[in-house]
Design a protein around this ligand. Sequence first.
Ligand SMILES: [Zn+2]
Length: 256
Amino acid sequence: APTRAPGPAAEASPGPWTQPVAVLADTATSTDGPGSTGFAPPQSLTDLVRDMRPAAMAPAPVPTGRSMLPLGQFRDTFIIAVDDEGIAIIDQHVAHERVLFEQVMERLTAGPLESQRLLTPLVLELSPAERQALGQHQVALTRLGFEVEEFGGDSVCVAAVPALVPIAASEVTIRALALDLDGFEEGGPVDQALRQVAATTACHAAVKAHDRLTPEKMVYILDELRRTAHSSVCPHGRPVVLRLSRREIERRFERI
Ligand SMILES: [Zn+2]
């Protein structure tokens, strides 16, 4: 009997997005057939969407006034939110990462970050350069709440990680830190290493693209984003918010 390869079999079934779109298309076509109600859309939806050129949607500073109300997610990756001044699309990972980065930098001024001990210490094999990078930045790592020690041979032992890092993300966070800190000079400014550790930690503690979020989590991210908006720059400088202003919406619907 032929054995089935695991890869192609998985690809054969349509993804979760393909199915509903196909169903919608069928429904739309059937209304044009005999027995249709006679209701015809004035213009094809494609034209309307095309008319809303990307230029209308502009990267915007994080709003600092009233809270935005989250309506839901788009592709489990972007939060769609409204306030009196327009509609916003927020990159959920970049927004949460920025919130966590700001929180970490703020808390560090008061003392070391809260740490959580791993039930079973994590033993990881790393390259000599990666082990060296972690060894040289013990001060920054300890202040963030990491406990990493040489474990003999190629290994390091991780006994604790910051409380904000999900336990399941411990390994990937340590590996990312080893890579990101490689190239930072020994004896360089501790602040710079600290910012790097904070940025990498925030990235791995944040929600990811394709994570389903509860309404409460979306409200939390948007509220915190607004609260931390002026404090400092985003760690990676990526846009956080795209905005379609009330004025732009009203102009395009010819209301003003
Ligand atoms: Zn990130």
